[in-house]
Design a protein around this ligand. Structure first.
Ligand code: SAH
Length: 352
């Protein structure tokens, strides 16, 4: 029988599994705390559990650990990028960033991505599989352990499209914020999506306190579809309607991510269109220079981001310029995994 992935189980599910083997329900809470509060990932170290029960637990459950395959530290800022190997040999990337308010971690939600955004390295490497709730969670727990830093915010902006792995991401959100366990406030979590409209409605109805980020990158339907194929399935007008619904339901402000790309989305006409699209909305625009991906030719001229920010300001649109972190370690997501996967293929698995 396949073992149960214990770190993906919410407390009621764990209680069920524990009572199913004839044990008392309160044992589940003890185990849940070992995992999510004390961060002990070895049943033998759960000292208030009898040796007999520990043996049983080992037979039924597995603990999905992550292993550091590679760690890159920026020489410019304190950004650290981890390439984690999953138990099935796949890789994911996790980035730890230092801000004035504390440490933030950028986690992946899938191995690869299906969305095919033209400027994104994750798209080039292709889609392999969804991450389990435990594998999303462990990126945070393991990064805290590796770095010795307490993480104060989490962004679901690594490899993958979180709303394409909706059920597992939602379960991850419930697990990380469970007051009987890790108790992390959803207010400190941002979820970034390329715009899977039906899922935005579904998420809105849950009225969670997280921050929704929409990767917009162009206010023009035709142009957006060229760089983001998802826009062919869910056009920009449907997307904006879903965003308005989200704001109304949750009372939360939306962030629009916008990578400024030369000759693609940073003209005065783009600023006009963007301003018209967002006028009156409780939102703000986060501008970033496009990260160079070696297979692609997209670039951002040195002053283009600041110039576009000024254009938006003039049109009374609230815009900030995101600080670029870890530029020397390819902190843009997808690049390390793509290279590691390529090495595995070429060397038959030897990446040492
Ligand atoms: N799939 C989700 C989250 C992962 S990507 C999404 O699309 O939002 C995280 C963010 O990085 C998105 O805003 C994405 O559009 C952006 N991004 C991807 N590649 C980039 C690049 N080369 N330069 C700048 N931003 C990029």
């Amino acid at each position: 029988m396949e073992k149960l992935d214990i770190l993906s189980l919410e407390l009621p599910e764990l209680e069920q599994a524990i009572t199913d083997i004839g044990e008392k329900k309160f044992r589940a809470k003890q185990i849940f705390q070992w995992l999510h509060v004390k961060r002990v990932f070895n049943f033998d170290e759960m000292t208030d559990i009898s040796v007999q029960l520990r043996t049983k637990l080992k037979e039924i459950f597995c603990i999905n650990g992550l292993f550091v395959q590679k760690k890159l530290e920026s020489g410019i800022d304190n950004t650290v990028k981890y390439l984690y190997r999953l138990s099935d040999g796949n890789f994911v990337e996790t980035v730890l960033m230092e801000y004035s308010y504390g440490y933030s971690v950028c986690v992946s939600t899938q191995v690869g991505c299906k969305m095919g955004c033209k400027f994104c390295a994750s798209a080039i490497a292709g889609f392999v599989r969804h991450l389990l709730p435990s594998e999303i969670l462990m990126q945070i727990y393991e990064t805290e352990r590796q770095s010795g830093k307490k993480i104060s915010s989490v962004v679901l902006m690594g490899i993958g499209e979180p709303l394409d792995n909706y059920d597992n991401v939602l379960k991850f959100l419930r697990l990380i914020s469970d007051s009987r366990g890790n108790n992390f406030s959803l207010r400190h979590i941002s979820l970034s999506t390329c715009g899977i409209v039906p899922r935005i409605y579904q998420l809105a109805d849950l009225k969670l306190q997280l921050t929704l980020c929409i990767s917009l990158h162009s206010p023009d339907q035709g142009r957006r579809s060229e760089i983001m194929p998802v826009s062919r399935a869910y056009n920009i007008h449907e997307l904006m309607k879903a965003c308005r619904y989200y704001i109304e339901k949750t009372g939360r402000r939306i962030t629009f991510e916008y990578a400024v790309i030369d000759n693609v989305n940073s003209s005065a006409k783009d600023a006009d269109k963007l301003a018209a699209l967002l006028r009156g909305m409780n939102c703000h625009v986060n501008l970033i220079p496009v990260n160079r991906v070696k297979e692609r030719n997209y670039r951002t001229a040195r002053s283009a981001v600041a110039d576009f920010a000024k254009q938006l300001e003039r049109r009374n649109i609230n815009a900030t310029v995101r600080r670029t972190l870890g530029s020397d370690i390819e902190a843009a997501c997808g690049q390390l995994r793509r290279d590691a996967a390529k090495n595995e293929k070429e060397n038959g698995g030897a990446d040492q």
